[in-house]
Design a protein around this ligand. Structure first.
Ligand SMILES: O=C(CO)[C@@H](O)[C@H](O)COP(=O)(O)O
Ligand SMILES: [Fe+2]
Length: 232
């Protein structure tokens, strides 16, 4: 299990997005939070900005769609250049069809669970996915406190992944920092989104490598040197 870090551009300076993306080029992914002010009470960016960001950085984009009707919109984010597209199961009308469409278009398919959404009803869907995102805050905003109560769900999800012998990555997002990443890694997460912990730091690239080091220390597993393989 290779550990990966995905800095969230949500905590960056939006007036300098291209430079902010370049500032974390040692990271495995660039996490792009898309919010529509319907699924979550916040509004961020959409397809044209993702397209522009993709031209500004070599780091593959990990688009986290916090939007209604992902069945309609997610494929457009693949076309815009995302290497991984995450939709929320609470918003998807047909998650299996959507995951298959994302894969068929050439990106990694990922499904997210809000804190109150259990993993167990979705056990049979896991083979359809490349990544499962367990939210560790209520989605909508950066800079919130990590929800410790999500640790058992991370553990149970890891057990299900291992039980089925799947290659599925397990991502955590929300409040991940130097103070919390070890707990996430010990619980079985292997892809770590960090917004304020990276972009709030003096040196974002250094913050990425420090987070990677802490996750590695917690699990004894090596991280990737950066830019994880985006293929499945
Ligand atoms: O999806 C979200 C919030 O809804 C996240 O990706 C945040 O952007 C993470 O920010 P921090 O909690 O790490 O500051
Ligand atoms: Fe996110």
């Amino acid at each position: 299990m290779a550990l990966q870090i995905s800095p969230s551009i949500l905590s960056a300076d939006f007036s300098r997005l291209a430079d902010e993306a370049k500032a974390v080029e040692g990271a495995d992914w660039l996490h792009v939070d898309v919010m529509d002010n319907h699924f979550v009470p916040n509004l961020t960016l959409g397809v044209p900005v993702v397209e522009a960001l993709g031209k500004a950085t070599d780091t593959p984009m990990d688009c986290h769609l916090m939007i209604e009707d992902p069945d309609r919109w997610a494929p457009q984010y693949v076309e815009a250049g995302a290497g991984s597209v995450t939709f929320h199961v609470e918003a998807a009308a047909a998650p299996v069809r959507l995951a298959r469409e994302i894969r068929a278009k050439g990106a990694r398919a990922s499904m997210a669970l809000k804190p109150a959404t259990p993993i167990e009803p979705y056990e049979d869907l896991l083979p359809e996915l490349d990544m499962l995102l367990v939210m560790t805050v209520e989605p909508g905003f950066g800079g919130q406190a990590f929800l410790d109560i999500m640790l058992p769900k991370i553990r149970r999800t890891r057990q299900l992944i291992d039980k089925h012998g799947l290659e599925l990555w397990l991502q955590v997002d929300g409040g991940v920092s130097a103070a919390t990443i070890e707990r996430c890694a010990e619980a079985g997460a292997d892809v770590f989104v960090a917004g304020s912990a990276v972009y709030g730091a003096q040196d974002p690239a250094k913050a990425v490598s420090e987070l990677r080091g802490l996750a590695e220390k917690a699990t004894g597993a090596p991280g990737t040197p950066g830019h994880a393989a985006t293929g499945r």
